[in-house]
Design a protein around this ligand. Structure first.
Ligand code: THU
Length: 162
């Protein structure tokens, strides 16, 4: 038996002003996106903004439904829209934020497992690492590559043996 370790590395910023300018703009877009969230059931308004390689910024927000599982997270709303309209354009970065009772959450928002999986495949399609910006009142975290979020991901390679 052997023990293996994987290390996580990410950057911590104290405020949005400290971020590189392109990520500041992206995070501001994500915060604006929360205004169109439809979250009457959770009151948790999530916004996501994607920076595409062609310099476009695509936004998304969570869309809930009275039949709860039918709703969709902000990240997947944004990614699926981007991929449906610009299938061959890699996503360079994503910024994610969440407002609860009209305030950004104290701790950074983390994408759910299903969103991490979708982010992971979007990154693979794009062929390069994605920068992930997680917003919070206390600090903002910047992660390089979805591998840091989901180190043991299902890559789909296994399907090739079917
Ligand atoms: N939600 C997101 O949109 N993204 C996440 O990363 C976590 C959760 C949404 C789903 C649901 O509408 C609400 O937040 C509460 O879970």
């Amino acid at each position: 038996m052997k023990i293996a370790e994987k290390k996580l590395r990410y950057k911590i910023y104290e405020s949005i002003e400290e971020l590189p300018e392109n990520l500041q703009l992206l995070l501001k877009n994500a915060r604006k996106e929360t205004q169109n969230a439809f979250a009457p059931y959770s009151n948790f308004k999530v916004g996501a903004a994607l920076q595409l390689e062609n310099q476009m910024i695509i936004g998304g927000n969570n869309q809930e439904n009275a039949a709860f599982p039918s709703g969709l997270c902000a990240e997947r709303t944004a990614i699926f829209y981007a991929q449906s309209q610009y299938p061959n354009v890699p996503i360079d970065a994503i910024a994610i934020t969440a407002f609860f009772k009209d305030k950004i959450t104290d701790e950074t928002i983390k994408p759910c497992g299903a969103c991490c999986q979708v982010l992971s495949e979007a990154e693979k399609r794009g062929g390069k690492n994605m920068t992930i910006v997680l917003d919070g009142q206390k600090q903002i975290e910047v992660i390089e590559g979805v591998n840091m979020l989901l180190p043991f991901r299902f890559s789909g390679e296994e399907l090739k043996h079917l």
